[in-house]
Design a protein around this ligand. Sequence first.
Ligand code: C2E
Ligand code: CA
Ligand code: CA
Length: 691
Amino acid sequence: MPLAPNALSPVAGTTAHPRRESAAFRLLALAYRQHAAGIFVNLAACTGVAAQVASTGHPWAWYWLLGVGMVSVARLGLHVAFGHRFGQGEIANRAQRRRWQLAHEAGLLTAAVLWAGFVWTALPTQPTEGQYLILIVVSALASGATGVLAPLHGAARLYICILFVPPCIQLSIMQPGQPVLATLGGLFMVVMLIGHRNNRQMLLRSLALQEENAGLVTSLRAQNDRVQHLNASLERRVAERTEALHTMASHDSLTGLHNRRGMLQRIEQQIDNQAGAPTVLLFLDLDRFKQINDGLGHDVGDAVLKEVADRFAACLPADATIGRWGGDEFVVVTDLAAGDEHCGAVARALGASVLPPIEIEGEQLHVGVSIGIAIHPQDGATPTALIRAADLAATEVKKTGRGQIRFYDHTLSEVQRRRVELSLGLRDAIAQGSLRIAYQPIVGAADGEVISLEALLRWQHPTLGTIRPDEFIPIAEDSDRIVELGAWVLRRACLDAVVWGEDLRSQKVAVNVSVRQLLTPGFVQVVTDALGDSGLLPARLALEVTESVFDEQHTALTLRTLGALHRLGVSIHIDDFGTGYSSLSRLHEFPIDAIKIDRSFVANLDGQARTIIEGAIMIAHRFGLGVIAEGVETPAQAQTLWAMGVDSLQGYLIGKPAFTPQWQPVRAVWAAPEPTASARIATPRAPLANR
Ligand code: C2E
Ligand code: CA
Ligand code: CA
């Protein structure tokens, strides 16, 4: 970057431009470095010429030298006093710089004036050789000054002029004159001034270049820093994104827990870390979640899952990891030793955590959890095998009594094998004629009169013996097999009912219908055909469906189907009433004739169930629905239920399901203190062979 020489002059301008400042400073620093040497060279030159002049009989030259010496000492003193900071490479403040520069220039010009005086006086006294010597020394000093004093501007030029002008004048005016020498001196002075100017320009240019380079280096360094910073922040962002993606891939978005994938990784890690020590895996399956999800909608279901996940996570020890396995299933892995009391404690804590009701949208919801426990390595060598084992144990808990804890044992895989075998066997059950229907009576609570008979399916397996519907119906419901099976039962029951004996001619037959069956297109036609083919009056058919018909997902379809059936004249009963959710509030929306209070409530009449039954009876009656209580086993239960206003009763007390029902006459002893009212529980005249 071209800079005007004056702009860089240390004396020029008072602007505080940082780059100019620094250029001016560096010029001065250069001058500073050469200053002391310059004083000594000057002193040496003075000594030389003083000796020459003194040797020609002019001892005053020594006094002159003494003066020069004193001036030199003073110059050195000032140099040290004002300029010591340049030496340390520090940027002195402007005032300091200016002081040093003034001292330097004053000393320089004083030396020049001393020279001028000396030369003026000495030249006329010297022989030609002496004159030449003096002029050579002066010229040498001046030529040295072109380089050494390049940092200075005006002072350097003045110095050169003061060195040359007096000798040139003296050489012209003295006797005998030396006009040639005087002219040469003048020319030499001009050459020296031009030399100084060129040197100075070169110096300034090189300083400017140096500065430019330094600027470039600084900006390169800054750019480099910026690039490095960018790289670092880019790397950090990439790492953060990767981490977020990893978290997303391994975590469940609803609960924030590990998902299936994340959990499998954790279990694998846990097994590896344990290096042979047992790893415990707990499989948690929520109870009653399906009813909540179906009955109250998925938003409520999601809220319940979140709450449950939080409760589980809060009661786990630090070394345990929990994840959501899917739906309403969770998995916990810990390093607790097998059979360790702590293991049971963890499971119990998890179970207890969901007991307090969950309040969502003003509803108090109750869930439970069935827990299966499997231990690595004996129950499963790989994470998936271990989870399967714990899952089996949890499934077993669900079947045999919810809300419990069960350790896996090898009989459970037998259970699993049996399930597969049953599922395959069901395929041929109808064709092989191994299905039969048993009938169980339902009687009026007040008089013991038979109102209807419930058709209950029985399966005589060719190798496994009698299989109870509680076991095989859920298996059939897992596939579409239930549709075929259900249609067969319906048809068979209708055919049976039309041939029942005189006493049962007007009684109804109640047939269980799975929701899956109900939702199958063409179900109304299946019913119509069964009625048409058998000739059974629609009024004699009741269909028992569970509360899952209230599932909001299928409301429209359910309403259409139930409406059509109702119009045919078929009755609709809600089975297992009270085990689902929100039914009470939605009862009136559906074409329903009666509710069947689940036997779990009947079995618990002395407890909380009583209140629930009372509420259900009240609401059902208000909507004009009948109330049937099932699972009545004792006269006391019958009496209580009758007193509470239940319309009909079903249970072992009245009669067990039977293929060839031989109903014993039953007196409705529960309905009155004195056995005034009695009822004969009639039987079909002909044995109820299932054809
Ligand atoms: P469910 O509809 O609740 O039928 C009543 C069940 O309770 C019957 O069991 C019956 O034997 C039993 N039970 C009757 N009285 C008493 C009693 O006093 N005490 C006790 N502890 N139990 C009593 P079962 O026959 O084993 O049927 C079990 C379930 O299987 C039925 O429960 C029903 O949900 C289902 N199921 C039976 N047959 C069919 C069918 O044809 N289709 C469909 N979809 N499900 C069926
Ligand atoms: Ca039933
Ligand atoms: Ca039932």
